[in-house]
Design a protein around this ligand. Structure first.
Ligand code: IVH
Length: 714
């Protein structure tokens, strides 16, 4: 809460802490105000805290937070929506930034499909709307559900709110029985200005500070995610349809015609959508859209290209979170100049020391930026990760006048330094060789761009970051236990959380404690018991999420799922990692045979499981959990689910990459070599040693047509 110390007497540390507290309190107050759900602050208190926040920021501009309440006003979000599981995942898009990236995308598509030079392939090109995506489900022509994207698998049920949007038809004539229409909710520039003007006017009339939205996207998001749909009704939201999820029958044979069909059904579709045959034509259309950008009346942040033929889209399929058949060509980043006031070092969960630029706050593309990443020590001295010179070799120093750039949601970066404005007494930045958090040595291994604290779990920063990762989305994702609460519990004396297992003993420890959680500031009976319930809910966890949650270096979310699919159960995974030796043996080879697992990741997994303290901590955690075996994404009744397949020789109807991706999507494992574990060899013409080995091991061998017949693609 705001302290009573006069702002002029605050130390920097006190100011930092108070700004952090104020950000939380005011964000909560905004939510309460906007949802009109449970107001917690009087207007006078709200204004007083806002003023104090502004005064502290004025005295310590460098401490202004990215989530500063002076900027982030009004975008109330709520936890109060029901959850919706998407029938078909809502994916994001890969990005292209240069013309070469676009040419590469087209080449990748052609190569994947094995097209000959003489064969053309069509793409659609359309604006990338800067709003938030929404999935509308129609059954028998009636709108039955609307959901936000959420994490792509589970979104929020915003049906009542979506029904208030004029562009969203509630009834469709002549639509498939089941139709999920996907698109972007956005707010036009004019409506955004008018909304903010009305907010300002209302505030002036009551003598309060206005609560304004920072940009149209925030306004659209804040308006759609209102618990009270009568508030959404009064917000001028719009919707463009550009994709679909589950459909009971195909909309059309091509993307272009499918969008035309959506238009005929009554949806707004973007008039700048074109069909193009070459990368050059796509790029030309991109520049045409870029030229019109300022006059469109709504925000766009790039152009999306999609393979037009829906059969080809189906063949191309998806990587873990993005389609192979589409890409977003982003507009160039926004730039601004400001002073670099300080360089802080943050310590991550794997001990990486990351330098962060503290900037004099500056507006870049409509967003106030006060921090930027400096990546690592090489980046500061003017070299990239390959050792090549960047920024013409100019180093970055505290006190420099620097150019900041921001592309979409990417963390802002320092693009350039103006040496003419460099203070005369400035000195090159000396990167610390000790961990600023625990004092352990910070070592940079050969070939690694990053310096790391060797403190392991004795380093509080690593422990806290590991815990934050553990509770994050994609991992355990525990309601009511986010980064803030982890920081609080980590240093808590009566109810500490020092490692993941401690989360699951929290309820039991609390019941034995004299200072019960429910009696603490910020908690009550209900919120404490909600937290314990939310924790208990996650005792049952899928294997992939557990593995990802452990935060093992190099082991990301999609690799965790692939590894989980490969081993199936915790028991199998644990046995394999415990018995494996780095660099040799059957268990090591088996690990490497998992699609997406290379030697570096495998070594990291094996080392972690052999590290005594880490292992003990994992065992304590596992004892608290009920680990669900990995579910194959593909239907279990696929004829090749769970089988290990090897492709060899020339394939004529598909490329090797396509064959592999298709087999995996059906739940098969694809290995590079034949062994006793191989179930099936698919051999095209020219198959050599692998076919012989399969024969000697008695492995079933079929040709390409046999494979296509087996999986039902012939
Ligand atoms: S297609 C499977 N088309 O961009 C691909 N997305 O960065 C589905 N977006 O989550 C998306 N305009 O919210 C597509 N014309 C457009 C889009 C568009 C905006 C958003 C969408 C998506 C995000 C990916």
């Amino acid at each position: 809460m705001a302290s009573s110390i006069p702002v002029s007497h605050l130390s920097e540390e006190q100011a930092r802490e108070e700004l952090a507290d104020l950000a939380v309190i005011l964000a909560q107050a905004n939510t309460d105000y906007h949802t009109a759900d449970r107001p917690t602050l009087t207007d006078a208190d709200y204004d007083r805290l806002k003023r104090r926040n502004a005064e502290i920021e004025a005295r310590f501009p460098s401490l202004k937070r990215v989530d500063s309440p002076s900027e982030q006003i009004g975008a109330a979000v709520s936890d109060g929506f029901g959850k919706v599981s998407h029938a078909v995942r809502m994916l994001s898009l890969g990005n292209a930034f240069t013309d070469d990236d676009v040419v590469d995308f087209c080449d990748r598509v052609r190569k994947y499909l094995g097209l000959r030079d003489s064969e053309t392939i069509a793409f659609t090109a359309e604006p990338k709307i800067d709003g938030l995506s929404l999935s509308l489900r129609y059954e028998n022509g009636q709108l039955v559900q609307a959901a936000t994207r959420g994490d792509g698998e589970i979104g929020e049920n915003v049906t009542e709110n979506a029904k208030t949007i004029a562009d969203v038809p509630q009834v469709l004539q002549g639509a498939p029985d089941v139709l999920e229409v996907r698109g972007e909710v956005y707010m036009s520039h004019a409506d955004f200005e008018a909304l903010n003007a009305a907010q300002a006017e209302r505030a002036a009339a009551t003598g309060k500070e206005p609560r304004l939205f920072a940009n149209p996207r925030n306004a659209a998001a804040g308006s759609l995610r209102q618990l009270d749909s009568s508030i959404t009704r009064n917000r001028p939201l719009k919707f463009f349809a550009y994709a679909w999820g589950e459909v009971s029958e195909p909309l059309a044979p091509t993307q272009f015609e499918a969008i035309a069909r959506l238009k005929a059904l009554g949806f707004s579709t973007n008039p700048l959508t074109r069909r193009c045959d070459t990368a050059e034509a796509l790029i030309q259309h991109y520049h045409q859209i870029e030229d019109q950008r300022a006059d469109l009346g709504y925000d766009i942040d790039g152009v999306v290209y999609k393979v037009d033929d829906l059969t080809l889209q189906g063949r191309l399929g998806f990587r873990s979170t993005t389609p192979r058949w589409a890409i977003a060509h982003k507009f160039p980043a926004e730039l601004a100049w400001t002073w670099l006031q300080d360089i802080d070092i943050q310590v991550g969960r794997t001990g990486a020391l990351s330098p962060v630029a503290r900037l004099q706050p500056v507006t870049v593309g409509g967003v106030v930026v006060s921090n930027a990443t400096l990546h690592n020590e090489d980046y500061i001295i003017g070299r990239d990760s390959k050792g090549e010179v960047i920024r013409d070799g100019k180093d970055i120093r505290i006190g420099d006048w620097v150019q900041v750039y921001r592309a979409g949601d990417v963390i802002p970066k320092i693009a350039d330094v103006d040496l003419a404005k460099r203070p005369e007494d400035s000195k090159p930045y000396v990167f610390p060789s000790r961990c600023p958090q625990c004092g352990s040595d910070a070592i940079r291994e050969e070939g690694d761009a990053v310096r790391r604290c060797v403190g392991g779990i004795i380093c509080p920063a690593q422990a806290v970051e590991k815990l934050k990762h553990f509770v994050s989305r994609g991992a355990f994702d525990i309601d009511g236990l986010g980064a803030k609460q982890i920081e609080m519990f980590y240093t808590d004396e009566s109810l500490p959380i020092k490692e993941p297992a401690d989360i699951f003993t929290l309820r039991a420890r609390d019941s034995q404690s004299l200072t019960r959680l429910k009696d603490r500031e910020g908690y009550g009976d209900k919120s404490a018991s909600n937290l314990f319930d939310a924790i208990d809910e996650k005792r049952s966890i899928p294997l992939g999420k557990l593995l990802f949650g452990l935060g093992i270096r190099h082991v990301g979310e999609s690799a965790s799922n692939l590894i989980a699919n490969h081993f199936g159960s915790w028991q199998q995974l644990e046995d394999a990692l415990t018995s494996a030796t780095v660099g040799e043996g059957a268990a090591w080879e088996d690990l490497l045979s998992v699609d997406g697992v290379g030697a570096v990741m495998a070594a990291s997994l094996v080392t972690t499981f052999h590290q005594e303290q880490e292992r003990a901590s994992i065992d304590r955690l596992v004892a608290q959990l009920e680990i669900r075996n990995a579910e194959k994404r593909a239907s279990a009744d696929s004829p090749v689910a769970g089988q290990t397949v090897v492709f060899t020789g020339t394939l004529e109807k598909m490329t090797r990459a396509e064959a592999k991706a298709r087999a995996e999507s059906l739940g098969a494992k694809v290995a590079g070599s034949v062994s006793g574990k191989t179930d099936l060899l698919v051999a095209g013409p020219g198959a050599g040693s692998k076919a012989k080995k399969a024969e000697s091991l008695g492995v079933k061998t079929i040709d390409e047509d046999g494979w296509l017949a087996l999986i039902g693609d012939l």
